[in-house]
Design a protein. Sequence first.
Length: 399
Amino acid sequence: MTTEGDEPTMSVAEMLAMVEAVMLADDDVEQGEITRLAVLEADHPDPEARLPVGEVRSILTQMASADGDEEDEEAQLIRRLIDQHLASTGSDSAEDLGHKEGTTSDTSSTEDASSPKHDDSSGAATTDDDPFDPTANLPDSTRDLVIKGQAHMWVRDLDLRYGSAQALYDVSLPIERNAVTALIGPSGCGKSTLLRCLNRMNDLISVCKVDGDIDLVNTRISGAGADLVSIRRRVGMVFQKPNPFPKSIYDNVAYGVRLHYNPSRRELDRIVEAALRRAAIWDEVSDRLHELGTSLSGGQQQRLCIARTIAVEPEVILMDEPCSALDPIATAKIEELILELKEHFTVVIVTHSMSQAQRLSDYTGFMYLGRMVEFGCTEQIFSEPREELTRRYISGRFG
Ligand SMILES: Nc1ncnc2c1ncn2[C@@H]1O[C@H](COP(=O)(O)OP(=O)(O)OP(=O)(O)O)[C@@H](O)[C@H]1O
Ligand SMILES: [Mg+2]
């Protein structure tokens, strides 16, 4: 994505996607930031127009600097995101692993007609020099999933450090397509850290260093060279605290869609309505679409955030304790919704509630001190755990 011999360029859509990633990671986006974003969008109405990277750097740094005290941190973050983007677009052209001869992973067959519509391997990293053995280090019970080609993502041998502190050790697991996978374990064991690796949100943390492989179908999404904009669209995230942007209900849902697809107004209306319906909130907001998303109740805000996530048609949805800030009625609604979502999406959920993991999930991973102690079918984990540590945790004897 560079002009040969000249300064590299970046599309307006790519620039706005970076701003979106920073906003999503911030659980308290302020009105001023939205206003500056609106000005930026108005100044650059064509999402496909290309800008020299130097100009993007200066536009985004100015935006970050307008905030005052967080100036350095945000400006640094933007510099890093731009560098990562350059690394990814400067990498070799994308090729599907499944189309490569000698690739051990026979996963291309899993991209069937029922798969979500994005086959976005453009700009993706490949595993040319490292024949992928997705079954390495997986427990026997789950190795089968990978061999049968039902897994949607694989994590293999993942180590993660925050500065000098190691937070994940040699974590491997498959994530089955159209199923709910729950991550459980005591506070600080690395659940959120692992979840954030699955759509590269950890890249927003400057001290974070990751080793190991993560694949999304036939695309290597870990390491330098992965297309972060595409990964974050294919793997959406819902956070613990509902974090709608201080925009209208309609614009909360429409934002990512405009960014990634540039639809007509009519098409956008249709997508927004469909996402709000799928997130089971349409009936409550259809007559107030132009009110602020932040004016809704906590449970409604969380369903709005789910609508925002599914509107861009991701393949995988990551949820980090999505009900922990909600009352029991709102929790029940979200749980019901998650069970419906797995018909169309692959879901990974972090939860502290053993009963929620049992009610919702098909597979459960129990983590302790940064390690995946046990991973298997939820029924097996809760009825006949293989590890004594798992047994003690699920029976409430430590934690
Ligand atoms: N941004 C960060 N910078 C440095 N260390 C971090 C960061 N985020 C998490 N950690 C550390 O990594 C380890 C794992 O944290 P993580 O948030 O993944 O745990 P968790 O299992 O999600 O916990 P909880 O159930 O309390 O949410 C902890 O020791 C934590 O202090
Ligand atoms: Mg957490």
